[in-house]
Design a protein around this ligand. Structure first.
Ligand SMILES: Nc1ncnc2c1ncn2[C@@H]1O[C@H](COP(=O)(O)OP(=O)(O)OP(=O)(O)O)[C@@H](O)[C@H]1O
Length: 237
């Protein structure tokens, strides 16, 4: 579905992403982890067209997308959320979703978003402004907005940030529901190793811009470089 091939990105002297390759297959939940500054958000920005790689190619079903602007990438079927939420603050929750839906390339499945609103518990807050929502609700709204585009690949940048354990577990169940209801690949960034290990079918680990490992979670977490990168940051895998 999505292939990242030898992708690099530098900002002046900073090599944020250094020759990274990995593949996201149809309808898998693919975790992307790494310590702070590893290059995870830069990778999402590269895939979604917000940044252009210095080198390498990004392919969506064999079509090169690395030079497309973000709107074209979104229309091609890649939707994303942002680590620091980007909601329309002067519009209601309902309008935020409707605006996204008006940009959907594929208008099939008209009940998808109503079903997602119910499932994610946003029904009671549809008439409110995003600023009136709890942080957890804002994060769920971002996911539904991205889903409204009917993506083939959904990029989620720390969707569980700021959530407690219970909310994180509910989010995980909701992502499984979402993937069942609207089959798509999900690329998920998170710092919560327990969450990402239980949520991901494939795991990619980055450190200081480089790919350390990509594969089945149980294999990746045995990788010595991965263990060193995480133990170095006081965490265990
Ligand atoms: N626009 C930018 N200009 C200059 N440097 C940048 C820019 N964006 C990212 N960087 C640098 O690139 C490196 C990777 O950053 P990035 O945000 O992708 O890491 P990350 O893995 O997402 O980290 P975090 O988990 O803290 O969000 C960092 O050294 C960061 O300072």
């Amino acid at each position: 579905m999505l292939r990242v091939e030898g992708v690099s990105k530098s900002f002046g002297g900073v090599q944020a992403v250094d020759d990274v390759s990995f593949t996201v297959t149809d309808t898998e939940i693919h975790g992307l982890i790494g310590p702070n500054g590893a290059g995870k958000t830069t990778m999402i920005n590269l895939i979604s067209g917000f940044l252009r790689p210095t080198q390498g190619r990004i392919l969506l079903e064999d079509r090169e997308i690395q030079n497309m602007p973000p709107e074209t990438v979104a229309r091609s079927g890649i939707a994303r959320t942002f680590q620091n939420l980007r909601l329309f603050r002067n519009l209601t929750v309902r309008r935020n979703i409707e605006v996204a839906e008006s940009h959907a390339a594929d208008a099939s499945d008209p009940t998808l978003i109503d079903d997602a609103i119910d499932r994610f518990g946003l029904g009671p807050v549809l008439g409110l402004a995003p600023d009136a929502l709890s942080y957890g609700h804002m994060r769920r709204l971002e996911i539904i907005r991205a889903l409204a585009l009917r993506p083939r690949v959904l990029l989620l940048d720390e969707p569980a940030a700021g959530m407690n354990t219970e909310e994180t577990e509910e989010l995980f169940r909701n992502l499984l529901w979402l993937r069942e209801r609207h089959p798509c690949a999900i690329l998920l960034i998170d710092h919560d190793l327990k969450f990402i290990m239980s949520a991901s079918e494939t795991l990619t680990v980055m450190n200081m811009g480089r790919l350390l490992a990509s594969g089945l979670p149980q294999d990746v977490t045995k990788n010595e470089e991965v263990i060193r990168a995480y133990l170095g940051h006081g965490e265990t895998v």
